[in-house]
Design a binder for this molecule. Structure first.
Ligand code: DAH
Length: 340
């Protein structure tokens, strides 16, 4: 038979607890009830201390009752705590005087930004924008550009073939042919777009990359016109201190052909790792449209001349933003993209 006195004390404590928890309004009130009942010097601990006064068999029975009450108080308190937390956050959520959550603002990919700059610059010089397919026939990608069968540019290592006659375009030059087929001179276009090559990715190579093609055909067009246009473009994109240079080269679709370089803006022409100590960075190729190409599109080469140029967009973006690895543009790491 357990002692009546301590049994009624346990019952009273339970009903007292029930009453007080019902009146608790917030988390701090719940916490003070917890201390009052379950704290080191709280009511339950005090009753446990009284246990020592009882003989062993009674101690066991009272101990069990006390432990039951203790765990009941514990679970009830945590239930109340959870609902009170919910109430408090939902009150916060509804507070119309709090400032709203700011949504993250999207931004252009750096390649898109550079493309937009290139396009607006050439538009201001009277060029219009042309597009062509990324999946191209051999005829447009090679043949009509005077790249005969067996030319190294057709090598399997460079070109991604869909089947014998269909390729992923390896450059934007086929757009030249498509434009000239569809309109008589004068022509003044740029053709921005994605190109593909079978390259192993490294810091300067990506199997997917962007080019901008330029083409201008009319009576009396000369190499000097092209130098003027490219130099104006370079200065607009990078500032008036930017210089360009042309080096003799060979492309089957231009005669004469050149490669052109921009001052390395990372070292301002002094020589660094990016420009391999030369102070110049190669941008792409250019030249006077080969009369052989005019034959394919039925332009009279006695009357018309034209220039064409290519442009590596990633290379320009790397110079403009001082990015040292082309792969960064295609990995979509937000820590990289957030910087633009
Ligand atoms: N299509 C060439 C390439 O991808 C670049 C190029 C060179 C374009 C000379 C031209 C040009 O229009 O005249 O490497």
């Amino acid at each position: 038979m357990i002692n009546q006195d301590i049994e009624s004390k346990i019952k009273n404590l339970e009903s007292e607890f029930k009453k007080s928890i019902k009146t608790a309004n917030d988390e701090s009130e719940i916490e003070s009830i917890r201390i009052q009942y379950l704290g080191r010097k709280g009511s339950i601990s005090n009753l446990f201390k009284d246990l020592e006064l009882f003989p062993l068999d009674e101690r066991k029975q009272i101990g069990k009752k006390l432990n039951d009450l203790k765990s009941h108080i514990h679970t009830t308190l945590s239930k109340y705590q959870k609902t009170s937390q919910k109430k408090e956050t939902s009150q916060q959520y509804l507070d119309p005087t709090l400032p709203g959550d700011r949504l993250p603002i999207g931004r252009y990919h750096p390649i898109t930004t550079v493309l937009r700059k290139i396009i607006s610059c050439f538009k201001s010089m009277g060029f219009s924008i042309a597009h062509g397919p990324e999946v191209e026939t051999e005829y447009y990608n090679f043949e009509a550009l005077n790249i005969p069968k067996g030319h190294p540019a057709r090598d399997m290592q460079d070109t991604l073939f869909i089947d014998d006659n269909i390729v992923l375009r390896t450059h934007t030059s086929p757009v030249q042919i498509r434009v000239m087929e569809n309109q008589p001179p004068p022509v003044r276009i740029i053709a921005p777009g994605r190109c593909y090559r079978r390259d192993t990715p490294d810091s300067t190579h990506s199997p997917v990359f962007y080019q901008v093609e330029g083409l201008c055909v009319d009576e009396g067009i000369t190499f000097a016109d092209m130098k003027g246009v490219i130099s104006t473009f370079a200065k607009q994109l990078f500032g008036s201190q930017m210089k360009i240079r042309f080096r003799p080269s060979f492309f089957p679709f231009t005669e004469p052909s050149a490669e052109y370089d921009f001052t390395c803006m990372i070292c301002e022409g002094k020589g660094c790792r990016v420009c391999k100590g030369t102070g110049w960075v190669e941008i792409s190729g250019a030249g006077m449209v080969n009369p052989e190409v005019f034959k394919y599109v039925k332009y009279g080469s006695e009357r018309y001349t034209g220039y064409a140029f290519g442009m590596g967009v990633e290379r320009l973006a790397m110079l403009l933003y001082e990015v040292h690895d082309i792969r960064l543009f295609y990995e979509n790491d937000v820590r990289f993209l957030n910087q633009f």
